[in-house]
Design a protein around this ligand. Structure first.
Ligand code: COA
Length: 194
């Protein structure tokens, strides 16, 4: 699946699933991020081993990764992680990161939309996103993308500098989102089933 989309500046980007041979492209992408954008990521994604593991987790069938590509370069990375079977089976978590030079052009929104479609095709009902409290701008963006603040876990995580930070959990009910955005979101190109 490879989908061409237009950004606000009329440039064209392709959104597709991440492949095993994306390791070098993915490393280049993460290494090009600003310290600010990388500071709150969970793992050291400048490390080749970590990035290889990320890609290999796709084979588990519970993690789905999408990338946005321009001229064979990755410019955004998004993932949908399904909860294990059991009491949170209807839930999934998304993560999203857009290269600095491609931010504020609508790419985050387009990637989020594809992740919502992917979630719907896996019969997910609710999505959460976990954000460190200092990322106020990111919380505002996810609010626009249909999430609301659900909980704050005090001093729950450490940032890359080792400082404890509050963790904000935001939540999005897909059924409510469909009603807001319209039925077309039910039509998914991401066909794999759970
Ligand atoms: C969060 C992120 C993915 C958004 O990507 P993006 O491509 O810039 O988002 P969009 O251009 O689609 O913008 C979405 C909305 O948020 C608004 N927005 C974008 N950046 C903003 C900012 N820094 N402050 C306030 N609002 C902002 C936009 O105006 C847009 O609203 P609109 O469509 O009504 O105009 C990107 O900022 C990012 O990669 N941040 C660092 C990584 C991160 O912290 N990820 C979250 C943890 S999972």
């Amino acid at each position: 699946m490879r989908k061409g989309v237009k950004l606000k500046d009329e440039s064209e980007v392709f959104i597709r699933e991440m492949h095993a041979d994306d390791l070098d492209r993915s490393l280049t992408f993460f290494r090009s991020l600003s310290d600010g954008d990388r500071a709150y990521l969970r793992r050291d994604v400048t490390d080749r081993v970590v990035v290889r593991e990320r890609i290999e987790r796709v084979n588990s069938g519970r993690v789905f990764r999408l990338v946005a590509v321009v001229d064979d370069k990755i410019v955004a990375d998004g993932s949908l992680e399904l909860e294990a079977h059991g009491w949170k089976e209807h839930m999934a978590e998304i993560r999203l990161i857009v290269a600095p030079e491609f931010q504020r052009k609508g790419l985050g929104t387009l990637m989020a939309r594809e992740l919502y479609l992917l979630a719907a095709s896996k019969k997910v009902e609710e999505i959460i996103v976990r954000i460190m409290a200092p990322q106020k701008g990111v919380q505002a963006i996810f609010k626009k993308l249909g999430f609301h603040k659900e909980a704050v876990l005090h001093h729950y995580v450490k940032d890359i500098a080792g400082t404890k930070q509050d963790l904000v959990v935001m939540r999005c009910d897909l059924e409510e989102l469909w009603q807001k955005l319209g039925d077309h979101l039910h039509d998914s190109d991401w066909r794999r089933t759970r």
